[in-house]
Ligand binder design. Structure first.
Ligand code: CDP
Length: 224
């Protein structure tokens, strides 16, 4: 049932390379939360589509692939599958293909169900993505929306991954933002009740510290 487990979820949404992963990991550690990177699942589907030469624009075939992967991984385990190395999932062709995969409503419905299923088994968790606080857990008691200028985000990603030039990464960030914001199925938008943090001028520690203080205010206890 949608929303049933919202009370255990901290939702962290925002555009590409806004610092969600690093800050979520820090929160997970401080507050003893299980962490889920929802974008990884869309990347796995895109990666497999490329491997199997299935056109990512073909919604029906991609949805069938998604079903196959869910069955193969025994349901929600697809979300946390260790079969896929991060560098493969973050390669440039996957960055392009993932936007097409993520706009398919039937795929989103399946990933949404998996995430809700996973969250049911967690005492408390932090989940990052694009639609966690809006579509997947609209009643989550604590939601963050992280942003930064595309230039700052591209620069951070280049420093972090060293995989591509600044110009290419900036283009990719802008292209993915546009794709995520303009799609019909759960577009990227801040939930009305999300705490918005523009991280352009903030250090990682400052962002984590703002998020942590909001967590404490909502009664989350730090782990010993
Ligand atoms: O790490 P980065 O912010 O670059 O991207 P990601 O979180 O790995 O997500 C990859 C892609 O998956 C995004 O560009 C979105 O198109 C899609 N995505 C989504 O549609 N909904 C989510 N909850 C998470 C990711």
């Amino acid at each position: 049932m949608p929303g049933q487990h919202d009370s255990t979820v901290v939702a962290v949404d925002g555009p590409a390379a806004a610092g969600k992963t690093t800050t979520c990991r820090a929160l997970a550690k401080s507050f003893d939360l299980r962490y889920l990177e929802s974008g990884r699942t869309y990347r796995i589907i895109a990666f497999e589509a490329l491997q199997r030469e299935i056109p990512v624009g073909n919604a029906q075939e991609i949805t069938e692939l998604c079903d196959e992967l869910i069955v193969e991984s025994r349901s929600a385990e697809l979300l946390t599958s260790e079969r896929y190395a991060s560098d493969k999932l973050r390669a440039a062709p996957v960055n392009v293909a993932v936007s097409a995969v993520a706009r398919i409503a039937d795929v989103r419905r399946r990933v949404t169900s998996l995430i809700r299923l996973w969250a049911e088994t967690q005492t408390r968790c932090v989940i990052e993505g694009r639609d966690i606080g809006t579509t997947i857990f609209p009643k989550a008691p604590l939601k963050f929306f992280l942003t930064a200028t595309p230039e700052v985000r591209a620069l951070r990603r280049v420093r972090q991954e060293h995989a591509d030039t600044y110009e290419n990464v900036l283009k990719d960030v802008i292209r993915r933002d546009e794709a995520d914001m303009s799609r019909a199925a759960s577009p990227l938008v801040a939930a009305e009740d999300a705490i918005r943090i523009d991280t352009s001028e903030l250090t990682l520690d400052q962002v984590v510290s703002r998020m942590s203080s909001a967590c404490r205010k909502r009664g989350l206890e730090t782990s010993r």
